[in-house]
Design a protein around this ligand. Structure first.
Ligand code: CA
Length: 223
């Protein structure tokens, strides 16, 4: 999961980044509205956390511009005062949710997780494929009832594959959802991580069907 944080208060922006990185998210930060808008309209994010009061372009204008360009990435607005008119204005600008500052990180995390949950995953916070399960809340992966320990990047890749099961995912797509803008990742890094994942979720179960498939020349899929 990759998110964008547009927030001019460096301290708040950096603490949000740090918090989400600990939760296996890739996080880009923009401290100015124009940079935030450029990233939001050119990169592929799973969610945008958008402050309203920003230099240059404010959050409401950014949100309106994105929606006008048919970019429907979920937006969570950060509102300073919690005034009713500001919340209404944010939602009318196309935001999906808002949070009043100051906020507890736990609440921000819970709201982000709720917004990034797709309707088809509404069965809960646990993603399944055959005898594999991935618990997005407790960060627990199991196959055939056995707990599998994954690194944070391995977990993030497996979660991404499971959220798009039966779809072929290109290496570039995987990179753009798992690593942030500053990470200099080559496609063969994805191959390396897929190898690590296979060693953990497929190799220890030789009598079972391999879950991760390589589609030569295209990418990977589960399903
Ligand atoms: Ca601000």
């Amino acid at each position: 999961m990759r998110i964008l944080v547009v927030e001019d208060e460096h301290k708040i922006a950096n603490s949000i980044k740090k918090g989400f990185e600990q939760e296996s998210f890739a996080v880009d930060v923009a401290f100015e509205g124009s940079r935030g808008y450029d990233l939001a309209s050119s990169e592929d994010y799973d969610l945008i956390i958008l402050d309203i009061l920003l230099p240059e372009i404010n959050g409401l204008e950014i949100c309106k511009k994105l929606r006008a360009q048919n970019i429907h990435t979920p937006v969570l607005m950060l509102t300073a005062k919690g005034q009713v008119s500001e919340k209404v204005e944010g939602l009318n600008a196309g935001a999906d949710d808002y949070l009043v500052k100051p906020f507890a990180f736990e609440e921000l995390l819970a709201r982000v997780k709720a917004l990034t949950r797709r309707p088809k995953d509404s069965i809960g916070l646990v993603l399944f494929f055959e005898d594999l399960s991935l618990d997005t809340l407790n960060y627990e992966v199991k196959r055939d009832g056995k707990v599998i320990n994954l690194s944070s990047k391995e977990f993030a890749i497996l979660e991404y594959l499971l959220r798009h099961k039966n779809q072929i995912l290109k290496k570039e797509q995987i990179i753009s959802h798992i690593w942030d803008y500053n990470a200099d990742i080559l496609p063969n890094t994805v191959e390396v991580y897929i190898g690590y994942l296979r060693n953990k979720i497929d190799k220890p179960f030789p009598s079972k069907k391999a879950l991760i498939q390589t589609i030569r020349g295209f990418g990977y899929k589960i399903g």
